[in-house]
Design a protein around this ligand. Structure first.
Ligand code: ZN
Length: 282
């Protein structure tokens, strides 16, 4: 079967066995996950806060894992900007170059698209954290699952002693095979290194309904207007994904406005598995 590549919302097909939805087209048709529905949910922006400076678990390094260029800005752009402002070291580990985007022009090659999207990624990160370390692992777009063990090993090596590190990765249950594999690999690496792991939804905002999120495990990060603008600028830097016809042949960009609306809000949300310690504090 054709691989589901990049964060291509209109063309995305949930992974085999996924419990997201049976028919992605229907999800749009019934509009079950418009941004307004999430914003109206009582838990949106009202969960426990994501605390980077907790006394006993203060972090000195943020490592953001992205399956495709744009995952980092959409799901964790505010977190990256917040961490940079707090003088944490910021690392971004990009698994694929997003080279298999189905929206690429027929005349453009995978190599050309990869080059374009990597440059967009660098521009985006410059908006969020001018001092950053971008690590590109070169896994195949649409087939991260096939490289999951190597990705986990590379992440584990990069993390080293992770006890003062916060890792943010796509949610393991996001519903896109590359995102899910990235989340699982990050979880393996975080466990091995002692790092704290939080996971960010991407596709789930569009294809799940608000009642499906395990809100008790969600931590939210409030974004100041300045952080929101940094995040918006980073998202705009992914020109091939947000501008119709910029990197593709269609009139609808890979990330249309109704999808972007989920990411232009005053909050970012992250899932964190409760530790025994946290559970006893609840
Ligand atoms: Zn993605």
């Amino acid at each position: 079967m054709a691989a589901t590549s990049t964060t291509s919302y209109d063309a995305a097909v949930p992974s085999p066995g996924s419990d997201v939805v049976d028919d992605v087209g229907d999800a749009h048709a019934i509009g079950r996950s418009a941004a307004s529905q999430w914003l109206d949910h009582p838990s949106y922006g009202a969960t426990r806060r994501l605390d980077l400076t907790h006394r006993e678990r203060a972090c000195s390094r943020l490592v953001v894992v992205a399956a495709h260029p744009d995952d980092e800005s959409l799901g964790a752009g505010g977190l990256i900007a917040t961490a940079a402002a707090a003088e944490l070291s910021v690392y971004v580990v990009l698994l694929t170059a997003g080279e298999a985007s189905p929206f690429a022009s027929p005349s453009s090659t995978r190599h050309a698209l990869a080059t374009l999207r990597l440059a967009e990624m660098e521009n985006a990160l410059a908006r969020l954290a001018p001092e950053n370390y971008l690590v590109f692992l070169g896994a195949p777009d649409g087939e991260v699952t096939t490289a999951e063990d190597q990705v986990a090993a590379s992440l584990t090596e990069l993390l080293g002693d992770g006890r003062r590190t916060l890792v943010a990765a796509p949610w393991r249950h996001d519903g896109h095979p590359d995102h899910d594999a990235a989340g699982r690999a990050a979880a393996t690496a975080a466990r091995a290194s002692g790092a704290r792991l939080v996971e960010y939804p991407l596709l789930a905002w569009t294809y799940r309904s608000p009642d499906e999120l395990p809100w008790q495990d969600v931590r939210c990060l409030a974004l100041s207007p300045e952080r929101q603008e940094q995040k918006a600028a980073a998202i705009r830097s992914h020109v091939s994904q947000v501008r119709a016809g910029a990197g593709g042949s269609g009139s609808t960009p890979p990330l249309p406005g109704r999808v972007l609306a989920h990411f232009h809000t005053p909050f970012e949300h992250f899932l964190e598995e409760p530790t025994t310690d946290q559970a006893s504090q609840e």
